[in-house]
Design a protein around this ligand. Structure first.
Ligand code: PFF
Length: 470
């Protein structure tokens, strides 16, 4: 039965280790690279407020649901879903939810690795003083030199993917647990330092108000659902690593004694503070140096180096910052690969090393699409009113974050709240059926599914077609 089941892949050494690993998964490029540029593209303050709302009202309850499902099944997300569905007397096709997660994981990892590659490239670029006293124009041209060169991108993408494969192949416990313990606090400290620098810039208050005060005039011109709600929802899932089995698989290594609720809250709080700090560090610099906030994926790579080029010891701090960002991306990438690897080990009867090699190669190959999206294959298109200039990369990003992850999260919520028996969820969450349990149940039963469905429907304009919205 559930309480005697154990994972063949191992177990975290403590609850703390799980928190670190899950926070390592959550905190990554999503917080420091993706969050600021999405906020910049989608209207600043309004986006940020909606994002925060989704993290707390939809994200945390779904995270609890994913962890509880993972811990109860103690297998790869695909097999966990199949086993639990059978136990609850449901069809085997629930394993498709696990499959969707594995696919989403491959796609996300494929482009994640390319962007993480930029981060590695920037460790060297900042470290060699390339940005000393540069202006916005020069910084932008250093960035476009990098992304217009597929060979360079491929080298860094390959480097990063190999780093990821290496850790996953060794098993999660030995390398990962130790690394995050030191790296997460260091990254936090460096972000604080950047915030300190941002405070000294002329446009600090402009940056803050851009980030926290919704601009209603700009909002009136937007389609609220497609331009603000959908990307904010997608970002909440992306940033918390939800909807694709990453947190589920990490939950499968968690001991039965640990509290799922408080753990989820800690992870979400840490993740959100890193994103907000990144925003506070970046936007004042963006405004001070006249950079376009809606500039897209290059935003931090263009804005931050200018600041490093100006500040005392900027070479050291710049180098350190991108180094830590690369580490943060590393601890996230690992969790993107893990669900596929566990399935290969369980179902294909191969060892972890081989499984990681195969899964890593698939993701690496797919990454070539992203490498070429920024140069040879580049094309632009408009999505929900904003111009997307990086063709297939943007498409993969939108497909996974805005569609697959929220859909995965929606199904997790429905499974845990409507289909699993009350007894199973009470038993697994281990906090009785008091107020917190009931709040959770209400959130995953009603709020999360309705929220996701409404946003989907609105974003695809179905309501407009039916004449239900203006
Ligand atoms: N949460 C990671 C980030 O914010 O960078 C990215 C990520 C990791 C997304 C794992 C999804 C996932 F399953």
């Amino acid at each position: 039965m559930a309480d005697t089941r154990s994972s063949i892949h191992g177990q975290w050494s403590s609850r703390w280790a799980f928190i670190l690993a899950a926070t390592g998964s959550a905190v990554g490029l999503g917080n420091i690279w993706r969050f600021p540029y999405l906020a910049g593209e989608n209207g600043g303050g309004a986006f940020v407020l909606v994002y925060l709302f989704f993290v707390f009202v939809v994200g945390i309850p779904i995270m609890m649901a994913e962890i509880l499902i993972g811990r109860r099944g103690r297998q790869s997300p695909i097999n966990t879903m199949r086993t639990l569905a059978e136990e609850e007397g449901l069809g085997r096709y629930w394993s498709l939810l696990g499959w969707m997660g594995v696919f989403a994981g491959f796609i996300i990892l494929s482009y994640y690795s390319v962007i993480a590659g930029w981060t590695i490239a920037y460790i060297f670029r900042t470290g060699t003083g390339m940005f000393d006293n540069v202006n916005a124009e020069l910084s932008a041209s250093i960035f476009s030199n990098l992304i217009s060169d597929p060979e360079k991108l491929l080298v860094w993408h390959t480097t990063f993917m190999m780093m990821t494969i290496l850790v996953v192949a060794r098993g999660v416990k030995s390398g990962l647990e130790k690394a995050v313990r030191f790296l997460m606090p260091a990254l936090f400290f460096l972000l604080l330092l950047m915030v300190g620098y941002a405070m000294s810039t002329e446009k600090f208050m402009d940056g803050l108000s851009y980030l926290f005060i919704p601009d209603f005039v700009a909002l009136a011109k937007k389609d609220l659902f497609a331009d603000v709600f959908l990307p904010a929802l997608g970002q909440a899932f992306f940033s918390l690593s939800l909807g694709m089995g990453a947190i589920m698989v990490y939950g499968s290594y968690l001991s039965n004694k640990s509290s799922i609720a408080s753990t989820s809250i800690s992870i979400a709080l840490a993740d959100t503070s890193v994103a907000i700090l990144a925003g506070i560090a970046i936007f004042p610099i963006v405004f001070t140096y006249g950079i376009e906030p809606s500039g897209g994926p290059g935003l931090i790579f263009i804005s931050l180096p200018i600041a490093f080029g100006q500040m005392p010891y900027g070479t050291v701090f710049g180098c350190l910052f991108f180094l830590l960002l690369a580490f943060a991306a590393w601890t996230s990438a690992i969790s993107l690969l893990e669900p596929a690897v566990t399935w290969l080990v369980e179902n294909r009867n191969i060892n972890r090393i081989k499984a990681t090699g195969i899964a890593g190669m698939i993701a690496w190959t797919l990454g070539v699409v992203t490498v070429l999206s920024f140069n040879h294959w580049a094309f632009s298109f408009t999505f929900a009113g904003s111009l997307k200039e990086n063709g297939l990369f943007d498409m993969m990003d939108i497909l996974t974050s805005n569609i697959m992850l929220p859909l995965g999260g929606l199904l997790v919520a429905i499974f845990a709240s409507w289909l699993m028996s009350r007894k199973s969820t009470i038993d697994e969450l281990g906090m009785g059926d008091g107020i917190i349990y009931r709040l959770w149940l209400f959130a995953v039963r009603y709020i999360a599914p309705l929220g996701v469905i409404m946003i989907f429907l609105n974003a695809i304009g179905l309501f407009k077609l039916l004449g239900l919205s203006n």
